[in-house]
Design a protein around this ligand. Structure first.
Ligand code: SF4
Length: 431
């Protein structure tokens, strides 16, 4: 068989990214040529996300784009979209394979089967709650290592448990093996990724803290980041360990979702405002320069002006570095989908605008706190109009003139000049 070409397009969370990246390596090992999604290819794989209506629209557009690029190509649609809304997908022009989360790990065999047999078949795979480990290998600077999958929390707005099933985890031994492999491939920074990573070990009797302790001992890996972690699971012992670690970066992403006590209850979140605030205070006490980011949803059903004001004031009063703001999007089969009092789009937009502005102000304050300090930046490989970017330990984006010697090097910089993109120019470089 002639070597075939394949192009991947990934949407959504870092778990999706780690899985799609691992799948693309399988195709490479089988002799497929990996192409950019904007190029002509024999196979297009769209790793989907339908967390919001906008995400769903983007996935449909990508399917049409692939068919337009090569009407003869086989198109595989994998992940959340097939899992949650399979109806009609296989009828979209060019679509040859529709594989939900458990089925997508057989993608390589299914694509080979398509080329060996004529016709468009749509295999059915039983849903599975197995854990399949994956790690990404992008520009080799950092790797997203999947340590956990699924979620047992059932927040009232969220479709993820429906798409990805129950919480389950990798074993510590296997995570370490994946990390060591990534390090051998040249990776300098590991990002621990999952759907609800603080829940690590639920099915293995290991804990997230056990995992951090073991990872700290892997001498070859210089940097580890913890991705988004639920406030109730980011307990004092985990914060203490991160604060004392030489490898775990002072960077936290802790989803708040609402600062209104009433809305938090309706969302079925597992913490209250006081617990969230206490986590932020503890981090600030131990790591005053830590980056602390959060997610907030505006326009949840029934969110009144007073509820929103409570959220705004709560965030304003906390030492957060920035806020990711999402507008509530009604998703079928969730508890919130049946709730009364939807918030009008124009009000969601106003509230989102106010929180975006608050986030910008917080980011400025956070960046200014770091002015004049020495930091260590891991530079990435992209050359964007003669400039390159990297991130400090506490996730400040640093920009400097492109220098190939800096790619994937941890470099000492002085954070002295505030650049136009709200990042600092590098003044001093220590190789
Ligand atoms: S914790 Fe809540 S929001 Fe996060 S994945 Fe689980 S159900 Fe969804």
């Amino acid at each position: 068989m002639e070597p075939k070409s394949i192009a991947f397009h990934h949407f959504g969370c870092k778990v999706n990214f780690a899985e799609a990246s691992a799948l693309s390596r399988q195709f490479k090992d089988k002799g497929f040529q990996l192409k950019d999604f904007r190029e002509m290819a024999d196979v297009y794989v769209i790793s989907t996300c339908v967390v919001t209506a906008v995400a769903e629209k983007k996935c449909r557009a990508a399917i049409r784009q692939a068919h337009h690029l090569n009407p003869e190509a086989k198109i595989a649609v994998i992940g959340c979209f097939p899992e949650l809304m399979p109806d009609g997908l296989e009828k979209m022009e060019g679509v040859s394979l529709v594989l939900g989360h458990s089925a997508k790990f057989a993608l390589c065999e299914e694509v080979e089967r398509l080329f060996n047999h004529s016709g468009h078949e749509h295999p059915v795979f039983p849903a599975s709650n197995e854990f399949v480990s994956s790690w990404s290998l992008g520009d080799r600077t950092r790797s997203f290592v999947k340590i956990q999958d699924g979620c047992d929390y059932y927040c009232s707005y969220c479709t993820i448990p429906l798409a990805r099933g129950h919480s389950r985890s990798d074993t510590i031994g296997n995570v370490i093996r994946n990390v060591e492999e990534a390090v051998r491939a040249g990776v300098k920074e590991i990002v621990l990724t999952g759907v609800n990573i603080g829940d690590f070990g639920r099915n293995t009797e290991e804990t997230f803290l056990d995992l951090l302790r073991e990872l700290e001992k892997v001498s070859e890996i210089p940097r580890i980041r913890v991705s988004s972690i639920e406030p109730d699971l980011l307990n004092d012992a985990v914060i203490d360990f991160i604060a004392s670690s030489k490898k775990l970066m002072p960077h936290f992403h802790i989803p708040l979702q609402s600062g209104s006590a009433r809305i938090l209850k309706l969302m079925k979140r597992k913490y209250d405002r006081e617990l969230f605030a206490s986590r932020i205070r503890k981090i600030c006490d131990l790591l005053p320069l830590a980056c602390i980011a959060t997610d907030v949803i505006v326009g949840f059903p029934g969110e009144s002006e007073d509820d929103f004001r409570e959220t705004y004031d709560f965030i304003e009063g906390l030492e957060l570095s920035y806020v990711h703001v999402f507008s509530y999007s009604r998703r079928a089969n969730t508890i919130a989908a049946g709730m009364a009092e939807p918030v009008q789009d124009k009000i969601k937009k106003q509230r989102s605008g106010l929180l975006h502005q608050l986030s910008e102000n917080k980011k400025k304050i956070f960046y200014l706190k770091n002015k004049g300090l020495t930091a260590h930046v891991l530079f990435e490989s992209d050359n964007s109009n003669g400039f390159m970017h990297g991130f400090t330990e506490n996730y400040i984006k640093v920009k400097t003139k492109f220098d190939p010697r800096l790619v994937n090097q941890i470099t000492t910089v002085n954070l002295d000049v505030l650049g136009e993109e709200l990042c600092y120019e590098v003044l001093g470089i220590g190789y």
